[in-house]
Design a protein around this ligand. Structure first.
Ligand SMILES: NC(=O)c1ccc[n+]([C@@H]2O[C@H](COP(=O)([O-])OP(=O)(O)OC[C@H]3O[C@@H](n4cnc5c(N)ncnc54)[C@H](O)[C@@H]3O)[C@@H](O)[C@H]2O)c1
Length: 281
């Protein structure tokens, strides 16, 4: 970000933990933004804000329950009246649970949709008039690879993240003439409290097999991608979904022994010379 952006106001939902925490810290400390951390966890967001302020940044914690769609508008109006409208909005907060599609209760579905889809929509509606007026704005919605590819137990979560990705595109095309961009990030597995609560040992092993980089991502790696989409430099990128996933979405079959020798290639060598099936490259 350039010095021109030193006074940007940024709202980061779920800034009390994991990915959102790193986004809030980096925006405030590396890019001099004034950051508002919207989170339902008062202690966690206070700790993040205290850390930022102690390090010389500007940050304020705002206690908000994003599941309460009715009160959300009220709370956001209060935040705006108090601190001014945002130039950057990072809809990062999300909830997740492993639930079989056939067994998902209406309450579980509604809770997931409220936090993962309805709250980002209301916050975008809230932020856009100001962004359009100043002909500059950056919105980054944190979706998931589960919004791109299906997984067992991911029906409500994956559907909510797919909706978030689709909604980002819808907003993006409507507000593009005003120089406002709306993009999604689709993180792969990232080591955060959310992942630790939802990923069993088996899930972790499975990701180990399916992610070409053979590891979880870090909150820093996701935050850096979010910060790029929130930057001046990303001015002509809108309506996109950036997977930050160690190659998960790009991958199909991964053959382990291709990582260290060519034995698998030899096994698939063509039966007849001149026949190209089975050749790679
Ligand atoms: N960790 C992963 O593996 C992973 C993978 C893909 C996508 N994501 C997405 O990244 C985002 C951040 O996830 P994380 O792993 O950092 O999670 P996290 O649980 O570490 O942090 C989420 C934060 O959101 C806050 N929050 C949750 N519900 C809220 C509500 N109703 N009102 C206000 N605040 C609320 C929590 O208090 C917490 O501070 C989420 O949208 C998640 O779906 C995470």
């Amino acid at each position: 970000m350039t010095s021109e952006r030193n006074s940007r106001v940024a709202l980061v939902t779920g800034g009390g933990s994991g990915i959102g925490r790193r986004v809030a810290e980096k925006l405030a400390l590396e890019h001099s933004a004034r950051v508002y951390v919207l989170d339902r966890d008062a202690d966690a967001s206070a700790a993040v804000v205290d850390g930022i302020v102690a390090a010389g940044g500007r940050a304020t914690a705002c206690l908000v329950d994003l599941a309460d769609s009715v009160r959300l508008r009220e709370r956001v109006d209060f935040v705006t009246a108090e601190f001014g409208p945002p130039d950057i909005l990072v809809n990062n907060a999300g909830i997740s649970a492993m639930i079989r599609a056939e067994e998902c209760l209406l309450e579980q579905w509604q809770a997931m949709v409220n936090v993962n889809v309805t709250a980002p929509m209301l916050l975008m509606q809230h932020a856009l008039p100001h962004m359009k007026q100043q002909r500059w704005g950056r919105i980054v919605n944190v979706a998931s690879i589960s919004g791109i590819r299906a997984g067992t137990g991911r029906m409500p979560y994956g559907t909510s993240k797919a909706a978030l990705i689709a909604m980002s595109r819808q907003f993006a095309v409507e507000v593009a003439p005003w120089g406002v961009t709306v993009n999604s990030i689709a993180p792969g597995p990232v080591d955060t409290p959310l992942a630790r609560a939802n990923h069993s040992a088996e899930t972790r092993d499975t990701y180990g097999e399916m992610v070409p980089m053979r590891r979880y991502g870090t909150p820093d790696e996701i935050a850096d991608a979010i910060l790029f989409l929130a930057s001046e430099q990303a001015s002509y990128i809108t309506g996109q979904t950036l997977a930050v996933d160690g190659g998960f979405v790009a991958a199909g079959i991964l053959v382990n022994d291709l990582h260290d020798d060519s034995s698998a290639l030899k096994r698939f060598a063509p039966a007849q010379s001149g026949h190209s099936a089975g050749k790679l490259g």
